[in-house]
Write a protein that binds this ligand. Structure first.
Ligand code: ZN
Length: 313
């Protein structure tokens, strides 16, 4: 199994707790990248990608990384435009996408799926995530879809049921022709599917199939993690999801043990999609568990910033 050592190191860092994690954040650099029209992405090696609409109505952001990065996020936004922050959207509840809510929620209303508010409000004892304070909670919630009319375009938000979690939304900037897919899309790498938060590998596959039908062919896509991508990149990700899941499913059907399936690995074509957090072994375990409903037998990363952070990035 490739990258086992990197995986171990990563797990240790993830489990080491808030103090160490926030030390690590001091060196994080946030790069603002203009995508199209009014839309920008704020990209960093650590934490989820932010999408931003900046224009005459002010600023709208999608996700807000970790609270300790708030000053760097502000500085990156100031480099793009001077307007006031008007809206914050959360693609899902994980702390590397909502940690900054505690700061930005004081300035602008937070919009998210119903289950994001519920999970943030409850926290997770199993994952050592404390309930979020009131100012970090979404104040506008929805179940299926919602539009924000801002900076000269309709920004459509759709719920993807049981993908990465049970509270995922994807956003489409209809005029700028840019989408933000949150963690339903890990560009060029195996995704984390948070089964304990209502995520499902099959649900994710269905969700991506739906997006491939619905999104314009020339859309620019901001993934939850990784570089800004094309629909072709999303199609390849979909093929990876389908082929690796089918590979595991067939072996399960043949009565192979999990150990034997792990031994077989993923098809050669997809081995390079392993990375330090979700290596080949973990991806197979996630698929296996999602198909059987069993517990994952590797430790689920615990919160590291006080607001829940299942990812090292
Ligand atoms: Zn996530």
């Amino acid at each position: 199994m490739k990258r086992t050592l990197a995986g171990l190191v990563c797990t240790c860092v993830v489990l080491a707790g808030a103090a160490l994690a926030q030390q690590g954040l001091e060196d994080v650099q946030i790069r603002a990248e203009k995508i199209r029209g009014n839309v920008y992405a704020l990209i960093s090696d650590r934490a989820g990608n932010i999408g931003a609409s900046v224009g005459e109505d002010g600023i709208l952001i999608i996700d807000d990384k970790f609270a300790p990065l708030a000053d760097k996020i502000r500085a990156a936004l100031a480099g793009i435009g001077q307007g006031p922050l008007k809206f914050v959207l959360n693609t899902h509840w994980h702390g590397d996408h909502t940690g900054g809510n505690v700061v930005f929620g004081k300035q602008a209303p937070i919009i998210a799926h119903t289950n994001v508010r519920k999970r943030l409000a409850e926290g997770s004892a199993a994952r050592n995530v404390r309930p979020a304070p009131k100012e970090a909670l979404p104040v506008i919630t929805f179940d299926e879809s919602l539009s924000v009319h801002f900076n000269g375009e309709e920004i459509k938000a759709f719920h993807i049921p049981h993908g990465h979690t049970d509270g995922d939304i994807v956003l489409l900037f209809t005029k700028s022709n840019v989408a933000h897919l949150g963690d339903d899309f890990f560009a060029g790498r195996f995704p984390f599917v948070d089964i304990d938060s209502g995520g499902s590998v099959r649900g994710l596959i269905r969700g991506i199939a739906h997006l491939l039908e619905q999104l314009p062919d020339d859309v620019a896509i901001i993934p939850g993690h990784g570089p800004v991508s094309t629909k072709e990149n999303l199609r390849e990700y979909y093929t990876m999801l389908v082929e690796t899941t089918e590979h595991v499913r067939k072996q399960m059907e043949e009565g192979k043990s999990l150990d034997a399936i792990l031994q077989a690995g993923v098809p050669e074509r997809w081995k390079s999609w392993a990375w330090n957090f979700i290596n080949e072994e973990r991806w197979i375990r996630i698929i296996h568990r999602s198909l059987t409903g069993q517990r994952l037998d590797f430790p689920v990363p615990r919160g590291r910033d006080g607001h829940g952070h299942p990812h090292p990035h």
